[in-house]
Design a protein around this ligand. Structure first.
Ligand SMILES: *Cc1c(COP(=O)(O)O)cnc(C)c1O
Length: 416
């Protein structure tokens, strides 16, 4: 498919090869643990990386490979590996670059499990995450030392709803010989393509908007293929550069970590994710439109004490988001405040249609009180540094009729 076609067309047609699938318009779900090889020579050549044949599901799989090609193309990357979850993708991508004694710099507006991985788990192995305000470029640069191995950001932090400047951060990282890794789960390649803005690696939890139906956990690491790994900081990259050239990083993620940690994606989940991708663009259009309308609705309610959403003029991230996103909107998620935790509980308990659960990016509108749920085990100073306050509610706006979403919010607000 030509790059010139619009994203809304490419998201449907990119990476499909019906002629290889007996005319089927969807890839077969190849549910097989292992693959036959006709000759000993062929299996040996495949283990040596000289053919792209499949060996064993934990290494590669035909259904997974279709999704990998498709996601790489949609994010303007050169290659991708799908994994069992977003956390598997984040863990493998970071571990591929880190050794004991290393450091990395990350925005502090992080998904909860990423925060735990960076601060608690990596610490056990002598690795230091230097967390800074995601949008503070000076602090980010000041945190770089000669031990730093990469810079890490999320396109839209949640529930802070801050949007870091990816192009400027990439320039700073590159000036210090470092790659920029970006978790693009909340924006999706429909709204923002970090590799086109200078980032080097993109990660997704495909569990969220990409699959869209809350039916298929998954993650992906996408390599932009442009970072120069030959520079001083990455001597351990040499064998991977020799083997895969510009895709050295992805090869290291795959060969050293993914296949040995066993973070295998189920072929059925890749298949379901591909079905979801067919409607990504039209779903995102509705998510963005509905979210903007819900923000306006909440802003007019006296019970709502504050709203964080990059689409609002009072958001410190508004201009960055406007410049970085595709012009169609500002994401499908917002945070807002009520008086206190008791009022948040009463409001959530009074909802009739909106689902109360721990997920986001689903067709359905989802709500959660982060302080008492996902962040329950976090101590108060950490919660405060992440803006996880007791009065905060996070709303992931779905694609239902926006009147019905607002009606449900209204009937519960009326009664708190
Ligand atoms: C959900 C999420 C993850 C983790 O993904 P899983 O598929 O649940 O492992 C990572 N980053 C962000 C921004 C997320 O929303």
């Amino acid at each position: 498919m030509s790059d010139k076609k619009d994203f809304r067309t490419r998201v449907i047609h990119e990476g499909l090869h019906p002629s290889e699938w007996q005319g089927a318009t969807l890839p077969p779900i190849c549910q097989s643990a292992s693959h036959l090889h006709e000759t000993a020579e062929n299996l040996s050549a495949t283990f040596g990386g000289k053919t792209s044949d499949h060996i064993y599901l934990r290494l590669t799989n035909p259904t997974n490979r279709v999704l990998e090609e498709k996601l790489a193309l949609l994010e303007s990357g050169k290659g991708a590996v799908v994994m069992a979850s977003g956390m598997a993708a984040i863990t493998n991508a970071c571990m591929a670059l880190l050794r004991t004694g290393d450091e990395f710099v990350s925005g502090n507006s992080l998904f909860m499990s990423t925060y735990i991985l960076f601060n608690n788990i990596f610490k056990k192995y002598g690795i230091t995450a230097r967390l800074v305000e995601s949008t503070d470029l000076a602090a980010l640069e000041a945190a770089i030392t000669d031990k730093t191995r990469f810079v890490y950001l999320e396109t839209i932090g949640n529930p802070k709803m801050d949007v870091p400047n990816l192009a400027e951060t990439a320039r700073i990282a590159h000036r210090h010989g470092l790659p920029l890794l970006v978790d693009n789960t909340l924006a999706t390649p429909y709204l923002c393509r970090p590799l086109e803005l200078g980032a080097d690696v993109v990660i997704h939890s495909t569990t969220k908007y990409l699959s869209g139906h809350g039916d298929a956990p998954g993650g992906v690491v996408i390599d932009g293929g442009n970072f120069d790994w030959q520079q001083g900081r990455f001597p351990d990259m040499k064998p991977f550069i020799d083997r895969k050239g510009p895709l050295a990083f992805l090869d290291k993620v795959w060969r050293e970590h993914h296949i040995n940690f066993g973070t295998t994606q189920a072929p059925l989940h890749s298949y379901l994710t591909m079905i979801g991708l067919d409607t990504l663009a039209i779903r995102m259009e509705r998510h963005l439109e509905n979210c903007a309308r819900v923000v306006d609705f909440l802003a007019a309610r006296p019970e709502v004490t504050w709203i964080k959403y990059p689409g609002r003029l009072d958001s410190p991230s508004h201009l960055t988001a406007k410049a970085q996103f595709n012009g169609m909107g500002f994401g499908g998620i917002l945070s807002f405040g009520l008086r206190d935790q008791a009022q948040c509980f009463s409001f959530i308990n009074g909802l009739k249609m909106i689902y109360h659960l721990a997920n986001l990016g689903d067709c359905k509108t989802l709500i959660i009180h982060p302080s008492s749920s996902q962040y329950l085990s976090f101590d108060e100073p950490t919660k405060q540094s992440l803006d996880i306050t007791p009065d905060l509610i996070r709303l992931s706006v779905g694609i239902e009729a926006v009147e019905d979403i607002c009606q449900d919010l209204a009937q519960s607000l009326d009664r708190i």
